[in-house]
Design a protein around this ligand. Sequence first.
Ligand code: NAP
Length: 326
Amino acid sequence: MATQTFTNSEPVRQAELLSGAAVAAQIKLEAAGEVERLWKDHKVKVCLAAVRVGDDPASAVYVRNKIKACEEVGINSEHHALPANTSSGELLDLIASLNERDDVDGILVQLPLPAEIDSDKIIEAIDPQKDVDGFHPVNVGRLALGRPVFAPCTPAGVIELLDRSGIPIAGASACVVGRSQIVGRPMAQLLLQRDATVTVCHSRTRDLAAVTRAADLLVVAIGRPGFIGREHIKPGATVIDVGMNNVTDADTARKLFGADADKRSETIAKRGYTLVGDVNPAEADAVAGRRTPVPGGVGLLTVAMLMRNTVKAARLRREKPGTGNR
Ligand code: NAP
């Protein structure tokens, strides 16, 4: 990982920060309005069912944040927290009952599931009309065809952030680093659908920096703290950092955060960790035109887009039943 030394006399350049918080707040406000309209139009109280298996602390935090967001926008929520020894059969029974219930509009199964459970089988059991995460093969297929109903929340949130920040996508040279089913691949599909020229990179990409440096729009989702440095970024590029990693030692924080290092070291001393993206923020600041911060960037948008998908699911099921199944 390349590092950069900062001295008191050195002027610190700062890329423009793209606030996920402001855009997420707007999206949640719009979702709250739609919750009210659904009540007026159909006497429907929108409901999201969240399913979590086991004791993974990160998953518990993610589900808690999603339920808190439901409260903010007026969506009812149910939290099904199941023990780690839950069998696939028991989980499939729960999904089947949530599929059946008319009062449940969205179903989300928090990943990862315990290793003994076949996640694909569980995701495929969700009714595609209630698949508000957009992970069911029907929804993945619709996205690939350029006819998404429920696009996965994180990449859909990135598109919203770009649009609402006035950053042009059509014709831009876009590079997505990472090809996971939940971020990289759907991100590439959505950018392509919006007429960007898209390159997808992964762990086998040769000379990664040469490829990423050609991009006007660089989206990174690899799960490696501060991996993308100055040499990966085209001057003036927009850098979207999807990564969320915990850094626990002050030395690493110092290398990554430049002028912000003292604050981050304090956070580590207080909480035991600080949240870091896949992009080295100090180095990105030296060359990028704009970048998303971590925290305060893409993570907030993911939850906001989940709210949007849930109200969309509620309306579609009342007004166009079967959408998403065909
Ligand atoms: P993942 O499933 O582990 O996939 C990582 C991807 O990165 C893989 O495609 C892998 O390539 C690629 N990769 C790994 N090392 C690389 C390298 N050195 N050079 C180039 N590519 C490399 O991860 P994910 O679920 O997409 O998550 C990625 C990050 O985003 C994580 O930090 C995660 O916590 C975060 N995340 C954030 C949100 C949010 O709401 N902000 C949501 C989801 C995920 P191969 O395919 O070749 O292995």
